[in-house]
Design a protein around this ligand. Structure first.
Ligand SMILES: Nc1ncnc2c1ncn2[C@@H]1O[C@H](COP(=O)(O)OP(=O)(O)OP(=O)(O)O)[C@@H](O)[C@H]1O
Length: 328
């Protein structure tokens, strides 16, 4: 594995508007080729952080650097290093996709001849070449999001910041968006992706940061956050037949602790248990079942718990006057 290279470095970042603290002592590092899920409800301070990162706002204290460049002091250099796609596409009537990209390419100062080549490249990267001659306003929301991402790639920035890129997309478009984000990370781009909720997108993030009321509440891999919050995960094991349910239960009871309750439903050929174990520890549980000769059709985590993890952080902090210690 290549060495981790810090690209986005945020240190004790604080932003006050008068007496109001929109952001308080935020520290985060994102490495090259990683995806950060930047998650929090309305007013959490996500946009404030992004504005500082892209050089549009100055912090009250603390610092943010991208590829070693100070976001507040060297905003012209920062604009070349960052591609930002805000939430919402804006109105661009009577503009075809290629004209739209040409307009922004020109705004970035890319010379005309290079521009045509670059437009073809970014359309290809985002799998949008077929939209080239379509009018922007005639595109579906998912298609517009892809063109929006193509736009952020025009000047080949190191860091890409996308505000709610999966917002309002249908399930198929969400899958395509996930694939596109992973593709960009594989091309060594560093991504920051914001969201109001803990979405499916979190699954593809190397790191998730949960912000509420301007403070970082939890940070790290999704797995680590779940563990740190001691969020209970519900694991469901589908067996090939109900007859094996008792055997599966015995194996699980040997491995699991008293605070990891097991329930068995032979009629459904199903065994469920609650746990706070990490993915690695769960793979050992799975291995033990297989070793004991239990025939499994499925071993899966019930999805609702991901949402619960996020909601529990939000609930913990909603009415707090004294914020909790950040995790991670
Ligand atoms: N220019 C400003 N003057 C005063 N308060 C501001 C200003 N900009 C933002 N705020 C406040 O700072 C807080 C954080 O806002 P911010 O836009 O960063 O939240 P957010 O997490 O991006 O929310 P959303 O998901 O709704 O975009 C909010 O309470 C907001 O009202």
């Amino acid at each position: 594995m290549s060495e981790l290279q810090p690209i986005v470095e945020i240190q004790n970042l604080t932003k006050h508007y008068g007496d109001f603290a929109a952001l308080e002592d935020l520290s985060l590092t994102v490495h090259r080729g990683q995806i950060l899920g930047f998650i929090g409800p309305n007013g959490a301070g996500k946009t404030t952080t992004i504005k500082i990162l892209v050089g549009l706002a100055k912090p009250t204290s603390g610092a943010a650097r991208i590829a070693g460049v100070d976001c507040a002091k060297q905003s012209a250099r920062i604009k070349r290093l960052v591609g930002y796609m805000p939430d919402g596409f804006g109105a661009y009537d009577n503009m075809r996709v290629r004209e739209y990209l040409d307009f922004f390419g020109a705004a970035f100062g890319i010379p005309r001849r290079q521009r045509q080549r670059r437009i073809d490249e970014v359309l290809e990267i985002t799998a949008s070449t077929y939209m080239r001659d379509r009018f922007v306003e005639s595109l579906s929301h998912g298609m517009q999001q892809r063109v929006g991402i193509a736009r952020t790639l025009l000047h080949d920035p190191e860091v890409l910041i996308f505000d709610e890129p999966a917002n309002g997309l249908d399930p198929q478009a969400r899958i395509e968006m996930r694939e596109l984000l992973l593709h960009l990370a594989a091309c060594d781009k560093t991504l920051i992706v914001t969201s109001h909720i803990l979405p499916e997108l979190s699954r593809i993030c190397d790191q998730v940061a949960i912000l509420t009321h301007g403070r970082l509440r939890a940070a790290g891999s999704l797995d680590k956050i779940m563990h740190d919050l001691r969020q209970r995960r519900m694991i469901e094991i589908q067996l090939t037949s109900g007859e094996k349910a008792e055997q599966a239960e015995q194996v699980l009871r040997k491995i699991l602790h008293d605070d990891e309750p097991v329930t068995v439903s032979p009629a459904e050929s199903m065994v469920r248990f609650e746990t706070v174990r990490s993915d690695d520890a769960l793979s050992e549980v799975l291995g033990s079942l297989v070793q004991a000769g239990v025939k499994l059709a499925q071993f899966r985590e019930l999805q609702a718990d991901l949402e619960d993890a996020f909601l529990s952080v939000i609930r913990q902090t909603e009415d707090e006057s004294e914020p909790a210690e950040p995790v991670g």
